[in-house]
Design a protein around this ligand. Structure first.
Ligand SMILES: Nc1nc2c(c(=O)[nH]1)N[C@H]1C(S)=C(S)[C@@H](COP(=O)(O)OP(=O)(O)OC[C@H]3O[C@@H](n4cnc5c(=O)[nH]c(N)nc54)[C@H](O)[C@@H]3O)O[C@H]1N2
Ligand SMILES: Nc1nc2c(c(=O)[nH]1)N[C@H]1C(S)=C(S)[C@@H](COP(=O)(O)OP(=O)(O)OC[C@H]3O[C@@H](n4cnc5c(=O)[nH]c(N)nc54)[C@H](O)[C@@H]3O)O[C@H]1N2
Ligand SMILES: [Mo]
Length: 767
């Protein structure tokens, strides 16, 4: 510790080191995904983190029927064809990240001050290994200090009890949390007296849930994995499965081999949608692999409403037999005004808004109009814009037009991110709970839950900045780095009294804290969870509503870790005097209560023990029943958004590289896009680079513009890339400083992470 550290005002200095990475190398984007490189890349990371033996044994357990659920993504597991190793490169990396043999001990925290740590890159922080014991940062201290669990709980309980109102605390959840932990967590928070339950979903698929609930009466996707075997057309829009849901490529490969048409709609032609070389097939290793997308549509960033309207207009103009008038008459409403609006929409605006020529749009609409069973898959490319809800409702319109709901091989498929983000919502992690949910909770637990809606993620940041939230508690995640407007979020967190992070790995949210801070290290999903009642398993819900068990197999990273349910119970006891020891001893007891509160979970403990689990009921999928107020699905009308860019301004989409898991950076490679050994890049069209008098390789600062406020991120290298003109892409979380806190989606309030208006300023690089 230096004298200097003691004087430095804690936390404020580094939100992320903004130094240019001089080692960066740019190659050609890949023409296929998978292949042997996928195996070698994941093995390299796995062996580096865990050594060979542990690498092999842990990978054998992923997504097996009696093993643990992969923490990588929420794509479902096939029922019948689970090969011995359901291999997935990025799943393997996610496991390696958690099962690493590296450890962060109290000596580490004694050696490094918080300010020192905040000077390190996210990659460095991610590489330090697993957190092993609870740590406390007292007011004014420069270093974290060890603390007992009991003392840690007392600190949290004390701070919560001292608040004037329960609404002065906010409780964030990230989507790896199990159903059991999530259920206890929301129960504790509501018994404490608030609905302030922001979650990562607010930044993720909130727009999907909102848009779907309004139009089809359910917020979840309407397909199961089986449907992919019957689809004759699959649209993948605003999603990069090759990196973020690699197991989906196997599903797409099987579909492509059957002759199913796959249409990719994305400003970038991602390698994962071009060809797939299955690493478990000989032809995948030696051959060229399977062609996946038969058509790629390079839509402009946020050009999707325009494009989808164009496709529908063309279908309405030319392919009347393709329109399922019977379905429309029987199950929907709003068709006439929708049709009228489509008829009036101008091709000029459609082509300008989407960046796609009329001819190409007509070609795509012809394929779609021939489909008898179509699935639309989407992810963040649609959900993170101001008009995100409109994006998704145009998908719903397109599906309604052909009657693609409640029919085998057809439906809406929002592809979820975090492996249990959907389950956490089902368990009641939601700042706007339904009154039905609250009634069930009240009946089962005999208390009066708060009725008033709570704060979502963006509102929490604003409340922190107003001083209205004083205690911030996070069950997982990395709130500081994952949220928009990093500097503003930091300011809010720094102004609070106490920040608490339940975590497995070190991240920047441990370094930008309230006056006091706690790190509470927990078991990860890969680890044995031994409680008084014996070994425990947990449950999760995948992207298609299948609930199944997940049981860790590796020895815990440290003897001092607690499970998430145990941590929640500890805090409930310290705050409200609740005795939840029985729940912690035996998670069956939590599941018994879930069964009584949440529809679809009847007989939970028996059904969760069936290998592969059980599927939750879904009115649209199972009965073609639309639970909207009118009982009908809704056609909706949306204007094509106007982009309003000034000269020199571009629309920036902030995206994931191949070597990261959200804010956790596994490595510096984005192999499929040809970006090596660096992350501070701006992918830009060659003609735009020329027109801006920039050059490839030049270093620029990126400045974002919103409502007269400018935000800046320093030192990015310009990279020539196939991307529509006027559009640029760069990685998150480095660019989160640029995302305006007050640019959010209408309805869902999701930050517009994929629609940031930016310009560039040349930098004279000091070498
Ligand atoms: N390995 C790995 N797996 C992950 C994650 C991870 O970080 N790493 N994250 C998990 C999480 S939480 C999530 S939510 C998912 C995210 O999965 P994705 O949604 O696939 O992730 P993103 O990288 O945000 O990119 C989305 C895609 O949208 C495209 N896009 C950008 N703007 C637009 C637009 O305006 N229109 C259209 N049509 N496309 C656009 C981008 O080019 C990109 O290909 O993945 C999950 N799985
Ligand atoms: N610019 C930009 N910003 C974005 C996005 C974007 O596309 N662009 N995407 C948004 C999306 S889709 C999402 S979902 C959010 C993600 O936001 P978060 O979920 O908050 O962030 P993560 O990076 O996934 O969280 C990583 C941390 O979780 C902890 N962790 C890992 N496993 C466990 C576990 O089992 N238990 C506990 N308690 N902790 C664990 C580790 O300590 C790790 O450091 O980011 C959002 N932010
Ligand atoms: Mo996400």
């Amino acid at each position: 510790m230096t004298a200097d550290d003691k004087k430095t005002p804690r936390n404020t200095e580094f939100l992320s080191p903004e130094v240019f990475d001089g080692k960066i190398k740019i190659g050609k984007p890949a023409s296929s995904a998978g292949g042997i490189a996928a195996v070698t890349s994941s093995l390299k990371i796995s062996v580096k983190q865990m050594g060979l033996g542990r690498a092999v044994s842990s990978l054998l357990e992923v997504n097996q029927k009696n093993g643990f659920d992969c923490p990588g993504c929420a794509w479902p597991d096939p029922d019948d064809r689970r090969s011995m190793v359901e291999f997935c490169e990025n799943g393997a990396k996610a496991v390696a990240e958690e099962a690493t043999l590296k450890r962060i001990t109290k000596e580490f925290f004694a050696e490094h001050s918080v300010v020192d740590l905040s000077r390190q890159s996210d990659f460095w922080l991610s590489q330090q290994g697993r957190l092993t014991q609870p740590m406390f940062l007292p007011d004014g201290a420069s270093h974290y200090q060890p603390v007992s669990w009991e003392k840690a709980f007392a600190i949290v309980g004390g701070a919560l009890k001292a608040l004037t109102s329960p609404n002065e605390a906010a409780f964030y959840t990230s989507g790896r949390t199990s159903n059991e932990a999530a259920f206890l967590f929301q129960l504790f928070v509501r018994r404490f007296g608030t609905n302030n339950l922001p979650d990562c979903s607010n930044m993720c698929h909130e727009s999907s849930g909102y848009a779907l609930t309004q139009t089809i009466g359910s917020g979840k996707g309407t397909v199961s994995l089986k449907d992919f075997e019957f689809a004759d057309c699959i649209i993948v829009i605003g999603q990069n499965p090759g990196t973020n849901h690699p197991r989906m490529l196997t599903t797409l490969q099987q579909a492509a081999r059957r002759g199913c048409r796959i249409i990719s709609i994305n400003p970038l032609e991602e390698a994962g949608l071009k060809r797939f070389r299955h690493p478990q097939e000989i032809s995948g290793i030696l051959g060229r692999g399977t062609r996946l997308a038969s058509h790629h549509v390079p839509v402009k960033i946020n050009g999707d409403v325009a494009l989808l309207k164009g496709i529908q207009k063309a279908i309405l103009e030319a392919f009347v037999p393709a329109i399922d008038l019977e379905f429309i008459g029987q199950y929907t409403e709003g068709f006439e005004s929708y049709r009228e609006n489509m008829a009036q929409e101008s091709w000029g605006k459609i082509v300008e808004g989407s960046g796609i020529p009329e001819q190409d749009i007509r070609e795509i609409s012809e394929i779609i109009s021939r489909s008898k069973a179509m699935i639309c898959c989407w992810a963040m490319g649609l959900t993170q814009h101001e008009n995100a809800v409109a994006n998704i409702q145009e998908i719903v319109n397109l599906l309604l037009l052909g009657g693609h709901f409640g029919r085998p091989g057809a439906g809406a498929c929002p592809v979820r991110g975090h492996s249990n983000v959907q389950g956490d919502r089902t368990m009641g992690i939601c700042e706007r709970p339904t009154s039905r949910f609250l009634e069930n909770l009240a009946r089962e637990f005999e208390f009066t839950p708060p009725q008033e809606h709570g704060l979502d993620t963006v509102e929490t940041i604003e409340a922190l900045n107003r001083g209205a939230v004083k205690v911030f508690f996070a069950l997982g995640g990395n709130f500081l780095s994952a949220t928009p407007d990093t500097a503003y979020t930091a300011q809010g967190l720094i102004g609070s009294e106490l920040t608490v992070q339940v975590s497995t790995k070190l991240n920047r949210s441990h370094l930008v804290t309230g006056a006091r801070a706690l790190i509470l290290p927990c078991l990860g999903r890969t680890e044995l969870d031994l409680q008084a009642g014996g070994l425990q398993f947990v449950s999760v819900e995948n992207s298609m509503g299948v609930v199944h068990s997940s049981e860790g197999r590796l020895s815990p990273a440290s003897a001092d870790l607690l499970s998430e349910p145990a941590i929640v119970a500890g805090i409930a006891k310290a705050t409200l005097g609740l005795d939840w020891d029985g729940y912690v001893a035996d998670y069956d007891r939590i599941r018994d209560r879930i069964a009584k509160v949440i529809p679809g979970f009847e007989d939970f403990n028996a059904r969760i023990r069936i290998p592969g689990g059980f599927i939750l009921p879904h009115a649209v999928r199972d009965q073609r029943e639309f639970l909207t107020p009118s009982g009908r699905a809704l056609f909706t009308v949306h204007e094509i958004p106007r982009l309003n860019l000034s000269p020199g301004q571009f629309l920036l989409a902030t995206i994931r590289s191949h070597d990261q898991y959200n804010t956790t950076i596994y490595g510096m490679e984005d192999r499929y896009r040809g970006i090596h050994q660096g992350r501070r890049v701006i992918l830009m069209n060659a003609d735009d680079i020329f027109a801006q008098r920039l050059t490839d390789g030049e270093i620029v600062d990126v400045v974002s513009h919103h409502r007269d406020v400018q935000r800046r991120a320093k030192n990015f290298r310009i990279v020539t890339y196939e991307i529509p003109r006027g559009c640029v892409a760069a990685y998150f979380p480095e660019t989160n400083v640029l995302v305006p806190i007050d640019k959010i989606a209408e309805g869902s309030k999701t930050p517009a992470f994929k629609s940031v208006v930016v310009s560039f300023e040349r930098v004279a690089l000091e070498v």
